[in-house]
Design a protein around this ligand. Structure first.
Ligand SMILES: CSCC[C@@H](NC(=O)CCC(=O)O)C(=O)O
Ligand SMILES: [Mg+2]
Length: 366
């Protein structure tokens, strides 16, 4: 496939409500979209980097810069999506930027071939059960109202963001209000240290599915030590940036569940490799989220349909974050989202909506 050129498009996506985690509060996303144009089709990739390097070291401006200055010049003029990872290997890191570019190449290639993401990746289902991520709130009553609303919408699993000072009590309140059958998990976004082990062990009383990323992203050994002190399974998110990281985490006993986020680990091909590795080791995986628009959401839902994705992911409906999505909205039906069946992502931006939210566009001829 020959790439004629690439558009780097920036869009501003206000959130329907502030989303607070242990590392900050998001009120809007500054999103970088990559559009790859070829003679036969064009493809879209969504960079999941946030506007500031608070979740990881990447951020939107930096991703645009590394794509413009280093990734695009490293691409061969004619390529298959399987060539992208190899061509970009000499450039270290910047996995979110690489993922956006590889996904756009894959989308163009699949659209030209008339093949869906789900079929290409190996989806085993036509729809996926959906969880929802609930931010840190200013009070327990406010949290309980939010959780009640999501349960009414049909979400099959609730994830609560936690941090020191907002952990045991909100989890206890949700468990007591909504009962023992509610699938419930927490995500600390690396807010604790091994010194908090006894406090984190108190979460064992609430029959959680998992505790996500309690310690720092580079604390694999400490997570293994913590895992031996908890009965609740540890799931890693920020720590897993490649299949090698997943293999190391499994070998060390740092986690027994992995949150796979294609943007974090460099793309959907690496995501499938991590899925295959975890499945071979009996490690459950689920699809994480980075507040994607319908473009990234479409790809994530296709990935979440692979057989090893045995836990509900953070694959929520578009309305969880956006009043108006840039694609046709993903809408929950009976707690599930349908896997798109059209060529490539199976969705595309709605032109006038995209224009309304566009804050910048740049064309790069290859
Ligand atoms: C702005 S926080 C993004 C990272 C966070 N993502 C979520 O909590 C799910 C977000 C979503 O539903 O897309 C995580 O650490 O798992
Ligand atoms: Mg997480």
């Amino acid at each position: 496939m020959k790439i004629t050129g690439v558009e780097l498009r920036r869009i501003a996506m206000p959130l329907v409500a502030p989303f607070r985690t242990s590392f900050g509060t998001e009120t809007a996303r500054d999103v970088l979209l990559v559009r790859v144009v070829t003679p036969d089709a064009e493809g879209w990739g969504e960079c999941v980097a946030m506007g500031e390097p608070l979740y990881s070291s990447e951020y939107t401006d930096g991703a645009a810069e590394v794509i413009r200055r280093f990734l695009l010049p490293a691409l061969p003029k004619t390529l298959d999506v399987h060539d992208v990872g190899r061509a970009l290997e000499p450039i270290k890191g910047h996995r979110m930027a690489k993922a956006a570019l590889e996904t756009a190449v894959l989308d163009a290639q699949l659209r030209a071939a008339g093949e869906s993401f789900g079929r290409f990746l190996g989806a085993a289902r036509t729809r996926v059960p959906c969880g929802v991520s609930v931010g840190i709130m200013s009070s327990i009553p406010q949290l309980l109202d939010a959780v009640a609303g999501y349960i009414d919408e049909g979400y099959v699993r609730i994830k609560l963001k936690i941090e020191p000072g907002w952990d045991i009590e909100p989890v206890r309140a949700v468990r007591e209000r909504f009962g023992d059958d509610l699938l419930l998990q927490v995500d600390a976004n690396a807010a604790y240290s091994l010194a908090d082990a006894r406090r984190l062990a108190r979460l064992d009383a609430f029959d959680l599915l998992l505790i996500e990323q309690p310690l720092a992203n580079d604390d694999l050994v400490q997570h293994a030590k913590l895992a031996r002190q908890l009965s609740t399974p540890i799931c890693l998110d920020e720590s897993i940036e490649s299949a090698e990281h997943a293999a190391a985490a499994i070998a060390l006993g740092s986690c027994s569940i992995v949150n796979i986020k294609p943007g974090r680990i460099g793309g959907y091909l690496e995501a499938r490799r991590i899925h295959d590795l975890c499945r071979a080791n009996g490690v459950a995986v689920w699809c994480g989220g980075m507040l994607e628009t319908g473009l990234g959401r479409a790809a994530n839902v296709a990935l979440a349909a692979l057989p090893g994705f045995t836990l509900p992911g953070d694959t929520s409906a578009s309305r969880r974050y956006y009043a108006t999505d840039i694609t046709e909205p993903f809408e929950l039906a009976d707690g599930h989202l349908d896997v798109p069946t059209g060529p490539g992502l199976g969705v595309e931006p709605i032109a006038d909506v995209l224009d309304e939210v566009t804050t910048g566009t740049e064309w790069i001829t290859l």
